[in-house]
Every structure is written in C-alpha cells, then in structure tokens.
Design a protein around this ligand. Structure first.
Ligand SMILES: NC(=O)c1ccc[n+]([C@@H]2O[C@H](COP(=O)([O-])OP(=O)(O)OC[C@H]3O[C@@H](n4cnc5c(N)ncnc54)[C@H](O)[C@@H]3O)[C@@H](O)[C@H]2O)c1
Length: 395
C-alpha cells in the first residue's frame, strides 16, 4: 500500500468550524493524514492547540514557519498538500507561499479577496504546474456528479433556465454581536471580502450551476442587500444571469431566511425535462418529464437503459458510491470524495505524471477565480442598481 499523503493545516484551532469536516474527510480512506498545523494567528495559541489536537501533529507557530520548514526538504519528505481553512483574507498568502515551496494547495472558498489575487493564484499554479483545489463541498455528492452527467448528456434537452439557490437563516439577527466567531469575520469586509452572503454561499450556488450544467455565466444583473441594520456587507444576494448557451438563471443566496438551515438546491429546466436536487436530501435526484410521473434516482440504485438513462452510463460514475444505497451519505462523504480525487492528482504530480487539474472531480483554482470574478461583476452591477454587467475575461 502506498504511504499516506501528508497534509498540513493552515487554520483550524480554537473553536474553528470547517476544519473538522475536512479532517474527517482527509482520514476517510486511510491514504491521507494530517501531520502538521499552524492552527491560529497567535503563535502561542497555535502551538497549544496543536499540542491538544486529538492525535499527534507537529505544531507550528505560524504558517510561514510551517511552509519554510518544508520548503528546504526533499519532495518525498515535504508536506504533500496544505489545507487552508482560515477566514477568506488568509487564503491568498499561505496558498501563494505553499505553491512557491513546492506544496500542493487545497483551499477553502471563496478563493481570496480580489480579482487580482485570484488571477495571481491561477497564473502561479499554472506556471509551477502544481495541483490546486478549491473546497466547493457539494460537488462531492454522488448525486451532483450524476446530475452533471444527465444535464451534460442532453438527457433533459437544452438548458433554458436554472434556479440555483443557497438559503440560510443563521444571520437573521446580529449573531456577530454575540461572540459568534464564524459570524464575526463573515460580516467584516476586511476579512470576508466585498460581498458577505454572496461570497460565503452565493459562490456555492454559482459553482453548483456551472458544475451541473457545464455552462458559464456571461452577464449579471445583481442586487446585494443588507436586511440586518448596521451590517456592512450583504446578507441577501440575488443575481439574474445570462448563460453562455443563451439561457437564463437565477443565482441567489440569503442568510436572513429564518428556519432555513443549509438549503442549497438546484433546478435545471431543459427543453425536454427538469432536474431537481437539494443538498439537505442529497441522496436522490428527481427528473420530471412531460406527461410522466416523476422519476427519483437514488445514489447506488441506478439502472442504465431504463427508458430515460442510456445504457452507456459511465462505469466509473456508477462505481463511485462508497456504501450501498439506503445507508445515507452526506456532507462528510462529499468532502471525502473531493479529497480522494485531489489525492489522485497530488500522487500523479509527485510521480512526475500529468494530472487532471480538477475537471469533473473538484473545483479548480480557475473555478475559484470564476467565483471571485462573479462577485466582482455582481458588486459592480448592484452599485449600478442592477444594470447588466459582463463577467470579466478569463485569465
Ligand atoms: N466549503 C464549505 O462548505 C465551507 C463551510 C464553512 C466555511 N467555509 C470556508 O472555510 C473558511 C473558514 O471558515 P470557518 O467557518 O471554519 O471559520 P472559523 O472562524 O471557524 O475558523 C477559522 C480558523 O482560522 C484560524 N486563523 C485565522 N487566521 C489565521 C492565521 N493567520 N494563521 C493560522 N490560523 C488562522 C482561526 O484561528 C480559526 O481556527 C472560510 O474561508 C469559509 O468561507 C467553507
């Protein structure tokens, strides 16, 4: 068996949230493990938190120190990748430094704060030919991959309309004034970026649309709104979009919808039928065809050649579920699928072979750039009262 890949954490100490889903997912298969971490901006806390980590890891006082310590090592001894799970303003610097030290990067979304930073990251990863993944969790659901297959094969016809939405309610009141660590930086433009709700969860809705349909957004008409008084960033984000095939879409996100938990969902209306998927019930995809009862496809229980699906559904797609249908997969499994696919690329890269650079497996640094470009266009449009604004040219 191959030696497990080694992962270093940037962020993740003292009350941190998303590191825990990642750390479970990294250890899912036994082929990757976390061995080091720079877990907090305060050097002493960073070392204390590493010492208190539930299994032994090497603690560093800062990510600069962790990266510098690895930069001089032969490739086989160096960390294989860093996982960046810090607030958005601490993505660019460690990602850039890790790449320059010859360490692959798996970074949380949104990729960074500005379009210039995003372009720098794309150019550097291309120049150094280094794997760089962005943690758009929901692409890791088998049902997202199945949806992508259905839509991209044209099984529901040409895409006319997409409604991709991510609705939450946890910021319906001023959670940031109650000591909520996650809320505090998300409403702060210096740490979150130019858009609050749009950057935090609107980028997931955009990525889901692009992944499932294979289409790009070409122009946006956006309204970024703030319902909770005194907040500097949007907590409600609504974007009417023109798609690259001439279709239209709504990409929307909200954090003030009381009762909504993590309602990410997508509806794709094509000329022959409609596809619906919801992440809160991520094990099935519904297909609606004219004059027929709805078809519900469950992960792991799909029959090619059933009158809707062709006989040639790719074997790799059918083989992907890790547990039989009916034993529910969820959020952690989705993260695990992303790390599993990223691992393949890191291993290929380490062996001096070509690697896929994401494609259908996980969001790439280019996808991360697109998220930032989308926010940039939406901010411009919203400032002009929803005027149509073209997406920036790709790097
Ligand atoms: N993919 C997803 O589904 C998903 C879900 C939640 C959060 N996120 C993203 O993950 C990132 C982190 O979000 P969170 O909710 O876990 O935040 P959090 O506040 O819970 O955790 C952030 C961590 O980063 C640490 N940190 C801050 N600055 C640091 C520095 N200079 N050096 C080392 N550590 C530092 C903090 O101490 C903390 O441990 C954000 O970019 C967020 O958008 C993604």
């Amino acid at each position: 068996m191959a030696t497990p890949l080694t992962v270093g954490l940037v962020g993740g100490g003292k009350g941190a949230f998303i590191v825990h889903a990642h750390q479970k997912a990294i250890h899912f298969d036994g082929t990757r493990r976390i061995v080091a971490g720079a877990l907090h901006p305060d050097p002493k806390v960073a070392l204390d938190e590493a010492a208190a980590w539930p299994y032994p890891i090497k603690g560093y006082a800062s990510y600069d120190e962790m990266i510098a310590a690895n930069a001089g090592l032969p490739a086989r001894e160096r960390l294989d990748y860093v996982l960046i799970v810090t607030p958005n303003h601490v993505h660019y610097d460690p990602a850039m430094k890790a790449m320059k030290a010859g360490i692959a990067v798996f970074c949380e979304k949104p990729l960074c704060l500005t379009l210039k930073e995003a372009a720098d990251l794309v150019r550097t990863s291309r120049k150094l030919k280094i794997p760089f993944g962005v943690a758009h969790t929901y692409l890791g659901h088998w049902t997202s991959r199945f949806s992508r297959y259905i839509v991209r094969q044209g099984l529901i016809g040409d895409v006319r309309w997409v409604d991709s939405a991510y609705l939450q309610g946890w910021l319906a009141t001023k959670a940031e004034d109650t000591g909520n660590q996650q809320a505090a930086w998300r409403v702060d433009p210096r740490r979150a970026g130019g858009s609050g709700c749009g950057g935090d969860i609107g980028t997931h809705a955009l990525m889901q649309l692009r992944y499932v349909t294979g289409l790009d957004v070409t122009r946006v008409s956006a309204q970024l709104e703030t319902f909770v008084q005194g907040r500097l960033l949007d907590d409600h984000f609504t974007v009417y979009c023109q798609l690259s095939n001439g279709g239209k879409a709504l990409v929307r996100a909200s954090q003030i919808c009381i009762g909504c938990k993590n309602e990410l969902g997508i509806m794709v209306a094509g000329t022959k039928g409609t596809l619906r998927w919801r992440q809160e019930e991520p094990e099935s995809v519904t297909i609606q065809l004219p004059g027929q009862p709805d078809r519900v496809y469950w992960r792991g229980a799909v029959t090619p050649g059933d009158g809707f699906l062709p006989k040639g559904v790719p074997k790799a797609l059918l083989a992907e579920p890790t547990i039989p249908s009916g034993h529910p997969e969820g959020f952690h499994d989705a993260f695990a699928r992303l790390h599993r696919d990223f691992e393949k690329d890191v291993r290929a890269w380490k062996a001096g072979k070509a690697f896929s650079g994401a494609g259908p497996q996980y969001a790439s640094v280019e996808d991360g750039w697109t998220g930032i470009a989308f926010l940039d266009a939406c901010l411009k449009s919203s400032r002009r009262k929803g005027a149509w604004v073209a997406m920036p040219k790709a790097v």
